[in-house]
Design a protein around this ligand. Structure first.
Ligand code: HAM
Length: 432
């Protein structure tokens, strides 16, 4: 009986594993250089943790289970609730600000499609304990620091930014009640993702009054921060959040990444816990789903039973990112190929043991080295060496009786006979 992989999951053969590792190594390197420390949490948590404040969409996509003790659990669809739980648990002993990152394996029962799977990896970068918009700018910079490092320029990616606090104030000014906001966000979040008529139909389910609905649609068509000032009389909260957005763009300019960022009132975010600045990262051609998204969630720690502590951060998944890097030819160009430093061949069976011993000696000195499992003809072993992309091939033959080795450079084809002890004393000084 053949058992296929589960829908929406991936097998990582060495080739795919190399891509995954390369992406994740980059995420970790960039996080560390931006001053973040790594954390992790369990892969499953209490189901109710994700029902508190993540929003209906995520709850509908949960993989849940009941353990043998009757506890209702779920595989984590995101790590932000676990982060809030962990920080709350040690709130009095953790030095603030908390600048943490993580690369969790996540699970969402989404309809599998290009860039969206049921199991994926997500880079999370969060700052807890800072209410200044400087923290939002810093995490956005961190995302762009990585994207730039892997070669994605401003013609490839864009960070679309808005503010939920501003949107809330504006929606209230056109007659939307505070209690209606949360449900409305889930619909407005779909505006850029759905055709106009489908979006308007969804909106009509939430706002029956046509006049009010029209005002919301007009509001969602605003193209710049200046236009908001022209269109509406801003109350104090709206003005405050407009000022905050302007300061964010100014800081992104200071950080040298303004050209990657633009205002987009259509960015609302699907998750329920965001309270302020929100953003999503897209490919510039808008052909793919979001590369990442994040924002400020100043109430989440309190909702998880802790004190009111401001927080901000983002998540970037590995799926869309890998598609984009592949499309731009950036994977092929940068992915380190597997290479052996040395392949040890022997001219006949009698030197086999010597070949194994020499390989182990090379490995102990820190070099990548291999040998053939077969004692085929030397030409076949040399072919194996080249298949394994060995830089050099050491050939053990009759010279070995005089403690000499033949070292062949696989790129140039040049061969030299070297003294065994000299070879190793030279090597040791080069060993990493
Ligand atoms: P999110 O927008 O749900 O945010 O996910 C962020 C990113 O994770 C998406 O833009 C996408 O790249 C990736 N992602 C999400 N679902 C899938 C999927 N089914 N398959 C592949 N990739 C996916 C969050 O999860 C927030 N917790 C991020 C955050 C951290 N906000 C503050 N701190």
């Amino acid at each position: 009986m053949k058992i296929p992989p589960v829908k929406g999951t991936r097998d990582f053969y060495p080739q795919e594993m190399a891509v995954r590792n390369w992406i994740i190594d980059g995420w970790k390197r960039v996080s560390v250089r931006n001053g973040f420390e790594e954390y992790d949490a369990p892969i499953f948590e209490y189901l109710k943790m994700f029902q508190i404040k993540s929003g209906d969409e995520i709850v509908e996509q949960l993989f849940s289970l009941t353990d043998r003790g009757g506890r209702e659990l779920a595989l984590r669809p995101e790590i932000t609730p676990s982060l809030a739980r962990m920080v709350n648990q040690r709130i009095n002993s953790l030095p603030r600000p908390i600048k943490w990152f993580s690369v969790p394996r996540l699970f969402r029962a989404e309809r599998p499609q290009k860039g969206r799977l049921r199991e994926f990896f997500q880079w999370n970068v969060d700052i807890i304990g800072v209410d200044d918009v400087l923290a939002d700018a810093e995490v956005i910079f961190c995302a762009l620091d990585y994207l730039r490092e892997v070669g994605l320029g401003r013609d490839d990616v864009v960070v679309k930014i808005s503010s939920r606090q501003m949107l809330a104030a504006l929606l209230r000014s056109v007659g939307v009640a505070r209690s209606e906001l949360e449900e409305l966000y889930a619909v407005l979040d779909k505006r850029n993702k759905l055709p106009d008529d489908a979006f308007e139909e969804m909106l009509a389910e939430k706002i029956a009054d046509e006049g009010k609905r029209r005002k919301v649609i007009d509001l969602m068509s605003v193209e710049s921060i200046e236009q908001i000032n022209e269109l509406l009389e801003l109350d104090e909260t709206a003005q405050e959040s407009v000022n905050e957005l302007e300061r964010l763009f100014e800081l992104l300019g200071v950080m040298g990444v303004a050209e990657y960022c633009e205002f987009d009132i259509g960015i609302v975010r699907g998750l329920a816990y965001y309270t302020g600045i929100v953003y999503e990262i897209y490919d510039k051609a808008s052909e793919l789903r979001a590369i990442g998204g994040g924002g400020r969630y100043d109430d989440l720690l309190k909702q998880f039973g802790g004190p009111a502590i401001p927080a901000t951060g983002f998540g970037i998944g590995d799926c869309v990112l890998a598609i984009l890097l592949e499309d731009k030819g950036l994977l092929e160009r940068q992915l380190p190929s597997r290479k052996l430093d040395y392949f040890v061949a022997c001219v006949d069976k009698s030197y086999r043991q010597a070949a194994v011993e020499l390989t182990m000696k090379l490995r102990s000195a820190g070099w990548t080295a291999g040998f053939s499992y077969k004692t085929a003809k030397l030409s076949k072993q040399l072919k194996e060496a080249s298949d394994q992309k060995a830089k050099k091939c050491i050939i053990i033959g009759d010279e070995f009786k005089n403690r000499q080795l033949v070292v062949k450079d696989m790129a140039t084809g040049e061969q030299e006979t070297v003294d065994y002890d000299k070879f190793f004393s030279g090597l040791e000084s080069k060993a990493r």
